[in-house]
Design a protein around this ligand. Structure first.
Ligand SMILES: Cc1cc2nc3c(=O)[nH]c(=O)nc-3n(C[C@H](O)[C@H](O)[C@H](O)COP(=O)(O)OP(=O)(O)OC[C@H]3O[C@@H](n4cnc5c(N)ncnc54)[C@H](O)[C@@H]3O)c2cc1C
Length: 441
């Protein structure tokens, strides 16, 4: 058995540590923030994520499934809120069990940390920032955030789960053949809140992901167990209608009243939340390779940050952990071969997810409001009913299956092509038949 060091104890880090310890490896986990179970700056804020099948499978593998699923708010479909306050519901899946689950980021993080420490005996070091890494020797330069002192931590095999601004990936960028691209969106996001009603219940239907699609921008809301909703406004940074165009509280109030009139009465702290909550950046990151020999491997956002519009970044990161654990098992002592096989297997899927997530932004903020889009979605569901094995809607392939993302994307493109050809063939045959029938009369 080997000695592994995991850098970053966000979402994928503790899960990866559990997988490794479960396989009998010796694991240490290092995290720059303080222990959220003791001291959490976010404890008062409920930021939530959509957890679906791929993520749940990984959680179940390490024995966290039941504990996490006891805390989720299931969502069966989208509820679109038009500007006149009218709503349209659209189920996510084709089967009754097709639900996605709103889960608290903080709660999930704490459950995984508890599991890593208590069940698997992982040693976790908090308040330690990885400042740099030596790709050849595996040595990490760690800053003790309490004292400011730098220390060197020797590693045999290190897994970077240190997120979108990964220190390990930053160092890998100096490798001569390292391929890297980063795209920062013109849109940013801000989290807001719809608190629970006076009786502690949800003020909107909790079993839906609520969307206020407004063409070039949108707001969404996911329910929490305590009766509140976490809302996220996705909006351009610049331009006449943008974050930068808001000069004061009055502008904010006027904008929300105009664009989200049915949400405003449910948001008593809107202006304060808007003023106090940060405006954050959205970006995608692609890179290659995802490993350095048997020294380092990148997992999760460190390898492939995607925009959040398919609700798959965490699910994909959790799937990374599962695949890497499988490769380590398959390749035994040859850790370098396992790292390489993992990167080769996952890179096409991460690239496909990046494209799908970007496309879904346009779908969510704009297309979901159109009748043509809803009609096409209904057609897709009908096609699935008629040919359940041959036609599976893309959303179901991505969210309710374990089909690799790249295969899901290619399969959906094929299905759309074949269905279009089929519909045209049917129309031509029908028109031809009618003409023949008319000519014979
Ligand atoms: C607005 C938004 C909404 C999202 N919604 C969803 C959703 O609904 N569903 C979904 O599946 N995904 C969603 N995602 C994506 C999801 O948040 C990420 O994909 C996921 O958090 C990636 O996990 P990770 O462990 O790779 O990174 P993180 O969760 O970011 O964890 C990285 C950890 O590393 C630590 N760290 C960073 N640098 C260092 C360092 N130098 N030294 C030590 N520690 C370090 C950080 O403190 C952090 O704890 C969303 C993302 C955003 C921005």
């Amino acid at each position: 058995m080997a000695r592994f060091t995991v850098i970053g104890a966000g979402l994928s880090g503790p899960l990866m540590a559990c997988y490794l310890a479960k396989a009998g490896h010796d694991v240490e986990l290092w995290e720059k923030r303080p222990d959220p179970r003791v001291d959490s700056a976010d404890a008062g804020r409920s930021i939530n994520l959509a957890l679906s099948m791929r993520g749940i499978r990984a959680l179940e593998d390490v024995g966290a499934g039941e504990a996490v699923m006891a805390t989720v708010t299931p969502m069966r479909g989208r509820m679109m809120h038009a500007i006149d306050g009218s709503t349209t519901y659209q189920a996510y899946g084709t089967e009754a069990e097709h639900v996605i689950n709103s889960v608290s980021r903080l709660g999930l993080n704490m459950t995984l940390l508890d599991l890593a420490e208590k069940k698997y005996g992982v040693t976790v070091h908090f308040d330690r920032t990885c400042e740099d890494v030596d790709l050849e020797t595996g040595a990490l330069t760690m800053r003790n955030n309490a004292t400011g002192a730098l220390e060197t931590v020797a590693t045999e095999h290190a897994i970077a789960c240190d997120g979108v601004n990964s220190a390990v990936r930053r160092r890998m960028q100096s490798m001569p053949r390292f391929d890297y691209d980063q795209v920062v969106l013109d849109h940013g996001y801000k989290e807001l809140c719809i608190p629970a009603g006076a009786d502690g219940t949800h003020q909107l239907r909790p079993d839906c992901l609520h969307i206020w699609p407004r063409g070039n921008f949108m707001m969404i809301a996911l329910g929490n167990l305590d009766g509140s909703f976490t809302c996220t406004l996705f909006w351009p940074f610049d331009g006449p209608h943008s974050f930068s165009a808001m000069n004061d509280d009055k502008d904010v109030e006027a904008f929300f009243k105009k664009m989200f009139p049915d949400a405003v009465p449910l948001m008593p702290d809107l202006v304060k939340d808007y003023r106090e909550n940060p405006t954050s950046v959205l970006m995608t990151i692609r890179c290659k390779p995802w490993h350095v020999g048997d020294r380092f491997a990148l997992v999760g956002d460190a390898a492939h940050a995607v925009v959040p519009f398919y609700g798959q970044g965490m699910n994909c990161s959790f799937e990374d952990c599962r695949i890497l654990a499988e490769m380590l098992e398959k390749h035994g002592d040859d850790i370098g071969a396992a790292f390489e096989a993992y990167g080769k297997a996952r890179k096409p899927d991460a690239d496909a997810l990046r494209d799908l997530a970007l496309d879904n932004f346009i779908e969510m903020r704009d297309l979901v409001a159109s009748r043509w889009f809803l009609f096409k979605k209904a057609l897709g569901k009908l096609a699935h009913k008629l040919m359940p094995k041959t036609f599976i809607p893309l959303y179901s392939l991505v969210t309710f299956s374990h089909v690799p993302y790249a295969e899901a994307k290619a399969r959906s493109e094929r299905q759309v092509r074949n269905t279009t050809v089929g519909v045209w063939a049917f129309v031509i045959a029908l028109v031809g038949g009618l003409l023949l029938w008319a000519a014979r009369r």
